[in-house]
Design a binder for this molecule. Structure first.
Ligand SMILES: [Mn+2]
Length: 384
């Protein structure tokens, strides 16, 4: 890489017509790139030179500063999410379109821990990503502003106090008008995140939940754990279970007490086979229909273990037979054609990861969600 991919190549502004060898997606991608501005990229270069000093005399490309400031080089710099500015003053988060916040908590895990390091792992590998997606034809840098608020102060020995902290933090971000991106953390955080958003709505909140596990039992090991968020979330008056759609459920780790609760409350479960055999397009349409039925807003809760265990070794309860990454990414593209209230990505456990691949897919899911929301015109989003 380097700077070359930021050049547009045609200095005279003339673009030759595309030949006919492209498929429709590649054609869309190549055509779209020509329409994307470079305004904020140029501002980043200018800022880098101003704050980081112009590069040494031997540096030929005079856009390179002495100190790395901004995106490049990808391996340098401080690990915020996508190298977004670290915004220490959370009272200002509403000035940004998107606010990333970590929920480093693994006190709800019932097998492998380590998700307290999930936000660190996701931020670290996110440095590998630029802000531009080829297929989506979106450049996040040119379209939206992102703040990294750092992490919520979780209380490792107390689940309930941690839940209260998470609800307060997520509620603050949601009320500010910034789009919340929550980096888990184990899946117990699904209950307090939803609680934090729901209290700011006058209508109902639907939930689109990707997972191999139902997570609908009331307690596990005598507490509210990462196997229980949706029992408690759907006890909230404006989070009805009829708007909870659970995608990718299956295998040998879906506890019977949770299945019973889902049956009694009328949640909707879609297995991997159901989704693949009806086709991802039809499955996404069904998921949207269920989640949005009479709802004011929809929350996306993405457990990385909905993917086949081969793709997510760094997770709390890996389960073979899950989705392929491309199936999940297609699913997300379709879901993000409607607006979202926010997204959480949970159960990424870097201590069990190999070559950062679990953190990599967690990052990809977030970037694709943001990119698709931008493409669909939902970001920049609502402001209070
Ligand atoms: Mn799970």
């Amino acid at each position: 890489m380097g700077f070359a991919h930021h050049h547009h190549g045609q200095s005279d502004g003339q673009t030759p017509p595309l030949h006919d060898n492209y498929g429709p997606e590649a054609r869309y991608a190549v055509e779209r790139e020509a329409e994307l501005p470079t305004t904020r990229w140029e501002a980043e270069v200018e800022r880098g030179l101003r704050l980081g000093l112009p590069g040494a005399d031997s540096i030929v490309d005079r856009r390179i500063p002495t100190f790395s400031r901004g995106e490049l080089p990808h391996f340098a710099g401080i690990n915020t999410f996508l190298k977004a500015p670290y915004v220490e003053d959370v009272t200002t988060c509403g000035e940004y379109d998107v606010a990333v916040l970590g929920a480093p908590f693994d006190g709800g895990t019932t097998y492998r821990p380590g998700t307290r390091f999930g936000p660190q792992g996701i931020r670290k590998i996110s440095a590998l990503y630029g802000p531009y997606s080829f297929e989506l034809g979106v450049d996040l840098r040119e379209s939206i502003t992102i703040a990294d608020l750092g992490d919520i102060f979780t209380i490792p020995a107390n689940i309930e106090k941690t839940f209260d902290q998470i609800s307060k933090a997520v509620g603050h971000v949601y009320a500010s008008g910034a789009f919340p991106v929550v980096l888990g953390g184990d899946h117990s955080i699904g209950y307090p995140t939803v609680r934090g958003v729901a209290e700011h709505l006058s209508g109902n909140l639907g939930i689109i939940h990707f997972d191999r596990h139902v997570d609908t039992q009331e307690t596990d090991l005598d507490e509210r754990m990462h196997t229980t968020p949706w029992f408690h979330a759907t006890d909230i008056p404006n989070v009805p279970p009829k708007n909870l759609v659970q995608i990718g459920i299956g295998g040998w780790q879906a506890p019977r007490p949770g299945v019973k609760v889902g049956r009694e409350r009328g949640t909707t479960i879609m297995t991997v086979t159901d989704c693949v055999e009806m086709g991802i397009e039809a499955a996404a349409a069904k998921a949207l229909e269920v989640a949005w039925d009479g709802a004011e807003a929809v929350w996306l809760s993405f457990d990385v273990d909905c993917l086949d265990a081969a793709f997510v070794p760094g997770t709390g309860w890996p389960e073979p037979g899950g989705f392929l990454p491309r199936e999940v990414l297609k699913f997300i593209q379709l879901i993000a054609e409607r607006p979202l209230a926010g997204i959480e990505v949970v159960e990424c456990s870097p201590p069990y990861d190999n070559a950062e691949i679990t953190s990599l897919i967690a990052t990809r899911v977030i970037c694709d969600t943001l990119g698709c929301l931008v493409r669909a015109g939902h970001l920049p989003g609502r402001k209070p």
